[in-house]
Design a protein around this ligand. Structure first.
Ligand SMILES: C[S@@+](CC[C@H](N)C(=O)[O-])C[C@H]1O[C@@H](n2cnc3c(N)ncnc32)[C@H](O)[C@@H]1O
Length: 260
């Protein structure tokens, strides 16, 4: 793996420290969103799949359980160790690979599927990630991307959530809009066949801080940002207080594209 840039190092440090939180009891262990996104998409019965930024390995394990020969990759060694443990517990075979999303160490046209779930917002260069994904996909291969997003045409809300997320977790990069991800795909010859958002609840700000080990002063600044949130942020994220918990809703993007 070539030398990590500052953003990639920051992600690795963050997730190395927090890896224990992303196991089978994490909300990401529920892969219903992956099933829904792939619903109605014609997939081969077998073949190779690459799960990029696999985290706790939940998407990779799902694809392996569907019969694919999966490579689960990530920039963080501890995340890959957890993925291997979970795979062993479930009696599922997969390979792990330590590398960044922006540079994939595989030959052109290697995989039937490239997936990436809830990680794209950390990447230092989303365009390079999409370019590399398109390159390693076989013709007719499927690209699946699930990530937090912001609606197109809402710059004030986008800036607000960007500041908040960066304070909560310094390894946060930027949420991209559905339009931006789609244009990155189209530029690399990936025809978008599905692209939509569904609301996903952030159920409790204190829990959300814990998952990232947010330092106390950053927590204070986040609370101030919430108290002074502009109308656009309220409209887009539906910020609320429920039983003493601060909640909001993110648009969760699911995009499926096919290589021509
Ligand atoms: C929230 S977890 C991913 C969740 C996982 N995909 C799932 O379906 O459960 C985010 C992961 O992105 C990884 N990551 C962040 N930046 C990365 C990069 N540039 N290249 C590869 N992995 C990266 C982190 O190490 C972390 O494991």
């Amino acid at each position: 793996m070539s030398e990590l840039n500052e953003t990639q190092l920051s992600s690795r440090e963050q997730f190395q420290r927090q890896s224990a939180n992303y196991g089978k009891s994490h909300i990401l262990a529920n892969v219903a969103d992956v099933e829904v996104a792939l619903g109605g998409i014609a997939l081969p019965r077998e073949g190779r799949a690459l799960d990029v930024a696999t985290g706790g390995g939940h998407t990779a394990l799902y694809l392996a359980s569907r019969g694919f020969e999966v490579t689960a990759s990530d920039v963080t060694p501890a995340m890959l160790e957890n993925t291997e443990k979970l795979a062993a517990e479930r009696g599922i075979t997969l390979q792990t690979a330590l590398h960044v999303a922006e540079e994939l160490p595989y030959a052109d046209a290697t995989f039937e599927i490239v997936s990436c779930r809830v990680a794209g917002h950390h990447f230092s260069d989303p365009a390079a990630f999409v370019r590399e994904s398109a390159r390693v996909l076989k013709p007719n291969g499927v690209f699946l991307l699930i990530d937090g997003s912001v609606p197109d045409g809402e710059p004030e809300a986008e800036e607000w959530i960007h500041r908040l997320e960066k304070l909560r977790d310094p390894s946060h990069g930027r949420f991209l809009t559905p339009g931006k991800w789609s244009s990155l795909c189209e530029a690399e010859g990936l025809a978008v066949v599905k692209c939509g958002t569904t609301p996903l609840k952030q159920p409790d700000l204190e829990w959300y801080f814990e998952t990232a080990a947010t330092p106390p002063d950053n927590r204070r600044q986040v609370r101030e940002l919430i108290a002074s949130a502009p109308e656009a942020a309220h409209r887009v994220f539906q910020i609320a207080e429920e039983d003493g918990k601060t909640t909001w809703w993110w648009p969760r993007l699911a995009l499926v594209a096919r290589k021509s």
